[in-house]
Design a binder for this molecule. Sequence first.
Ligand code: GLU
Ligand code: ZN
Length: 295
Amino acid sequence: MTNSLYRGRFAPSPTGDPHLGTLIAAVASYLQARSKSGEWLLRIEDVDTTRRVTGSDSAIMSTLERLGFEWDQEVTWQSRRTEQYQQALEQLMAEERVFPCTCSRKLLAQTAGEISGVYPGTCRSNRLPLAHPHAIRLRVDDIMIHFDDAVSGEYRQSLVDECGDFVIKRRDGLFAYQLAVVVDDALQGITEVVRGADLLDSTPRQIFLQRCLGYSQPDYVHLPLILDPQGRKLSKSEGAAELNADKPAASLHKALAHLGQQPPLALMHAGVTDIWQWALENWEIGKIPTTHAAW
Ligand code: GLU
Ligand code: ZN
């Protein structure tokens, strides 16, 4: 049993076959945790049950097992944690931080500010309870959020100008990812979040939510994305083709290479134990490239 201050996690969404992007986040978060003798938790992020693909969670878990990952504690499923999210929502309601938003998608598209997606504040003065179907938004403060990312460097975002009041519970009754991930990271005592750079611009919202809920702020590591030769984010199907659980060493080798670790070629044909041993001994977060790399 490890008993240390560091606690990391890997939090895939079960929306399809595991792909190379999934593996890269898994490998980096795992090596960060293990190199600090910390714990590594696995959380299935299926809060958006409308996007859940049947069998995807077990496919992710069996791929991880075949590649030699070992997680601590029981796996958690967001779809079973509604009570925790509801409690957080009630806390925000009690502090009058939230309001019901009845805007339709069409209205939002017409009224959005210059940066698309910025909520114009239309429903700010609405009060709960409200009979009409509605989403629940968190009222943001006019502040600049900044944090130091261990790979991407300093990141700044004005919540009002670049984001606006954001949805924490959807019109269809599901809790939003932003709320779920913040509650889970806090209640699970996560000290560092390692994930893909596609979530970099969500992080200021999450930090703001942490402050509203009185949670402490974890450290952040956002990993470069894999681009196809045209500079687009590698699609899920292309990425899935690059991950072959029948060839664990080759798949892990690819992920390590993308993470700038320069694994020796010979390890491509090594056993899983050997490649993990090499990876752990040689892991250097400073080698992770800061720019997205073409595959
Ligand atoms: N579930 C998210 C995804 O698979 C990751 C969220 C996170 O790591 O915070 O893209
Ligand atoms: Zn509204």
